[in-house]
Design a protein around this ligand. Structure first.
Ligand code: ADP
Ligand code: MG
Length: 259
């Protein structure tokens, strides 16, 4: 069974999410081209506060691009992105209140795990004792406390991904963004980490967007699934909706609906 409850109690106390700091996400007419090729096509979507939404679609359909636009790692050609009541598409990534976890972890190789987790908070001037408390709580909950003085190169892939998740937690974001965070893990770790993410969502109640091409991940994690096809929304619905009432042949084929 994943995660110690003591660690989670500390995290829940440390990450004091108040109801009015909970933010949904609204995309309105968002478009993106790369070298004249449309990758995201006039896409609109409403995500409620507290929702766990999965963007599901085949490789190349634009999932990462869309997530990176929400994070501020790609510019938006047209349209608007709102997080809560703030328009964020012109804000730098650090001011959007988001934390992102990547498939390839994206840890700083020359820094210790502790410094990797503290780095973002130091940059925005969080007090040292506050940083220490948050790092401690997140490390304990993900059972990486014994790794804090090591460097990423000394960790397994699974441990690195736990560090990346812990690093996102300490930022206390309004919105978590996950880009295929389980894809590099072996099957057993994938299941365990999936459960941990579900638990994280349950505990914190923070809005989460999770990108994957894996139907099983989408079905097991999502409150709602957004099926993407070639830069467009193909269908939005609960996992049961998507599976049992696919809106198109594309969706039926992709999620393997019963015929
Ligand atoms: P997914 O995450 O669903 O696999 P991506 O968002 O990574 O899809 O990519 C969508 C499309 O945009 C692909 O055709 C990809 O080759 C293209 N693309 C992504 N990033 C860039 C970039 N920086 N420059 C040019 N083309 C890109
Ligand atoms: Mg991708």
């Amino acid at each position: 069974h994943p995660l110690t409850s003591e660690g989670w109690d500390r995290i829940t106390q440390t990450n004091n999410v108040s109801e009015d700091s909970l933010a949904g996400v609204t995309l309105t007419g968002v478009s993106k081209r790369f070298g004249g090729v449309a990758v995201i096509r006039n896409l609109s979507l409403d995500i409620a506060a507290r929702e766990f939404v999965v963007f599901l679609g085949p490789s190349g359909c634009g999932k990462s691009t869309l997530l990176r636009m929400i994070a501020g790692l790609e510019t938006v050609d047209e349209g608007e992105i709102r997080i809560g009541d703030r328009r964020v598409d012109t804000l730098p990534p650090g001011e959007r209140g988001v934390a992102m976890v990547f498939q390839h972890y994206a840890l700083y190789p020359h820094m210790t795990i502790r410094d990797n987790m503290a780095f973002g908070l130091r940059n925005i001037g969080t007090a040292a004792d506050e940083i220490a408390a948050r790092v401690e709580a997140a490390a304990q909950s993900l059972e990486i406390g014994h790794l804090l003085d090591r460097k990423p190169g000394q960790l397994s892939g699974g441990q690195r991904q736990r560090v990346a998740i812990a690093r996102a937690i300490v930022k206390q974001p309004e919105l978590f963004l996950f880009d295929e965070p389980l894809s590099n893990l072996d099957a057993a770790l994938r299941v365990r980490t999936r459960l941990e993410l579900a638990q994280l969502h349950q505990r914190l109640g923070t809005t989460m967007i999770f990108v994957t091409h894996d139907q099983v991940e989408a079905m097991t994690l999502a409150d709602r699934i957004v099926v993407l096809n070639d830069g467009r929304v193909e269908q939005v619905g609960t996992p049961m909706d998507i599976y049992l009432r696919p809106a198109s042949l594309f969706v039926a084929t992709f999620v393997g609906s019963p015929t």
